[in-house]
Design a protein around this ligand. Sequence first.
Ligand code: NAP
Length: 286
Amino acid sequence: MVAKIIDGKEVAAKVREDCRQRVEALGAFGTRPGLAVIIVGDNPASKVYVANKAKACSEVGLNSKVHAFPAETEEAEVLRLIDTLNHDPSIHGILVQLPLPPNYNVRRILETISRDKDVDGFHLYNVGALAVGSSIFPPCTPYGVSKILEHEHIEVAGQNVVVVGASNIVGKPMALMLMQKDATVCICHAKTRDLAQFTILADILVVAAGRPNLILPQMVKTGAAVIDVGINRLPNGDLVGDVDFDGVSQKASHITPVPGGVGPMTVTMLIENTVQAAERFVGIKG
Ligand code: NAP
């Protein structure tokens, strides 16, 4: 079996086009969705992510504003800005780029963001609400994976899903979202003994561990859909996922490449969440 290679850029383009039309429709209410992005310090990767988010937002007509602070900024100053943004009617989404400086209380920062503007879905309210299937904003990366499965008409209900990786931003919310869609879900992590005994059972295998070549063909069931969230930079500069793409694509039914698979969906779902926040603000979405 040779897998269908899922084109994440194509799926992302469709979602973005839908968002662009919804942004236009919001114009009739005198509203343009606004996203505020806060970055503290000069982590080079964070700077690139923030620039990419701002660019993608403006391409679909959102108003995005980046608030950049030097690393030595007092946490209280960032908290004050979040409070101001919470009350700013032109801002519908607030995102704090992680990581923050080590002396910051990350939970306090995230909990200060209004849950109605928490477009990254990291506020404890949204984290908890995901467990009961009523989150306001699903976190962007697992939401993107969900959209990919939907776009590819990959049935989730009743399927065996194995999620490799149990982080708060990818693995755990991914598992909750798919469980909500009636999958039978198993979560694996670094202390899982004999990973292959679990992955081989997966009809849908989602991998988010940050370990190149973690998933080899013999660990994958023939015909499984394999979603590779991992992003790893090899010493030679190549960007790869967590899955042995060449080997596993000879066995899976579907596979996402890295780059060009899940990656483009993450920023796209941030746009989607921000548009939805603006729609709720004007009262056209519940
Ligand atoms: P993370 O916070 O480092 O979490 C990694 C998870 O993988 C942890 O739960 C860890 O287990 C588990 N793990 C590590 N080694 C493992 C192994 N050998 N076997 C099984 N599980 C293992 O990372 P993250 O933020 O979730 O990100 C995961 C990967 O996705 C990274 O490569 C990251 O760059 C990528 N990512 C991509 C996107 C995108 O847009 N495509 C977005 C976010 C992240 P323990 O809990 O036991 O430590």
